[in-house]
Design a protein around this ligand. Structure first.
Ligand SMILES: *Cc1c(COP(=O)(O)O)cnc(C)c1O
Length: 388
């Protein structure tokens, strides 16, 4: 037996190392990785720049309490704010912790605002995934907590894309609306620009906050630093995690000065959050992503990938219905079972990830080369050909 708590259904694949966009097994098998640890290793494996920066910091200092100055953390916070809507950043170690921070920040804002203490409700949408702590599970839907014999009040769950239900449900009691600009686990469902605009408007009219969960779709995944940039709609609070550490655990909750300003000393904290090692890696990731032309260059590959997949889909309409998503978070809506597709693709040496709604998710390193892009399209074509 295994002594690891049996919460994960694991395949028997065992990798020994990774280089760039590839993972290798002990026997030397080589897999093109279009899963990247679920949107985490966005700059690939053994990235020499990231490795060097981490090794440098290892010899200086790993951890420091947040009661001391941490220049790496200050620097990372400033860069995240300089490149987003935000003025403040809270650092933690995972996506779900970033979500918890966003819930606390939203609730605190109204706790301290005059005549707003009745603003307690948070609205979320079907198909969303916000993490696995109790609060994040509550935001993920009403059924998620029942098997743990608990409930959390003040969350309301709406049907994704049902504008009328949103109109009817938002009220003076609403504190915040939380949404992924592109749902990841839910099946790579993008919220159209005009819907995000409408959502911003309705939040403003009802004086409630808008929270974007960019844990999966943020930090370069869509071909811009943040997914919300495509819409031009800014949130009041935003969560990131997965790609910001490229595999080193790091999460963050970003917020405006107005909203975050209500979080005073002691209102939140984390022992490990924002430590020198994690923030050094976060800064190194941004060194790469904020380079001139980084995004224009990767978007050339993203376009080629999308077009190539589109051609495959046209040739195999009995296997794949359509393609969803943007940049390097793509979903193949399958007509065959998505499980079957993922397993067969693995036999062709490409790793993909399944999502809800019978979708196969493609989450390659965002610095994929054109050659690797072609290789992926060939492998997906071969998979479709066998499933047709
Ligand atoms: C993965 C994910 C989370 C949770 O992140 P963890 O690091 O696993 O806690 C939250 N929201 C979204 C959109 C995610 O994809």
């Amino acid at each position: 037996m295994t002594n690891v708590l049996p919460t994960y259904p694991r395949s028997n694949l065992e990798f020994t190392h990774g280089v760039g966009s590839y993972l290798y097994t002990k026997s030397g098998e080589k897999f093109l990785d279009f899963g990247t640890g679920i949107a985490v290793n966005s700059l690939g494996y053994s990235n020499s720049y990231l490795n060097d920066k981490l090794k440098e910091q290892i010899d200086k200092l790993w951890h420091l309490s947040n009661v001391y100055q941490i220049p790496e953390q200050e620097k990372l916070a400033k860069r995240l704010c300089d490149n987003s809507f935000a003025d403040y950043v809270f650092f933690c170690n995972s996506g779900t912790e970033a979500i918890e921070a966003s819930i606390k920040i939203a609730r605190r804002y109204f706790h301290d605002t005059e005549n707003s203490s009745n603003k307690t409700e948070i609205l979320s949408f079907s198909g969303s995934f916000h993490g696995r702590t109790i609060g994040a599970l509550a935001a993920g839907g009403p059924d998620k907590l029942s098997s743990f014999n608990t409930t959390v009040n003040d969350f309301k769950f709406l049907e994704f894309g049902d504008h009328q239900q949103l109109q009817n449900s938002i009220s003076e009691k609403t504190a915040a609306v939380i949404i992924e600009p592109i749902q990841g686990e839910g099946g790579v469902r993008e919220v159209p620009k005009q819907c995000l605009e409408g959502l911003r408007k309705i939040c403003d009219e009802n004086k409630c906050l808008l929270i974007f969960d960019e844990v999966q779709c943020g930090v370069g995944r869509t071909g811009k630093l943040f997914a919300y940039e495509w819409s031009g709609v800014s949130p009041d609070i935003m969560t990131i995690a997965k790609a910001i550490g490229n595999g080193f655990p790091l999460g963050a909750c970003l917020t405006s000065k107005e909203v975050g300003g209500k979080m005073d000393f002691g209102s939140h904290g984390s022992t490990f959050g924002g430590n020198p090692l994690a923030c050094t890696v976060g800064n190194a990731v941004l060194d790469i992503m904020l380079k001139d032309k980084f995004f224009s260059e990767i978007n050339v590959v993203a376009k080629k990938l999308y077009e190539g997949l589109q051609n495959v889909i046209t040739d195999f309409p009995s296997v794949i219905e359509n393609i969803r998503g943007r940049g390097f978070i793509l979903g193949l809506k399958c007509k065959v079972e998505n499980d079957k597709f993922v397993n067969l693709a693995r036999e062709k040496y490409i790793l993909t990830v399944k999502a809800s709604d019978n979708v196969v998710r493609l989450l390659p390193p965002i610095n994929l080369t054109l050659t690797e892009c072609d290789e992926a399209i060939d492998k997906i074509r071969a998979t479709c050909s066998e499933l047709k």
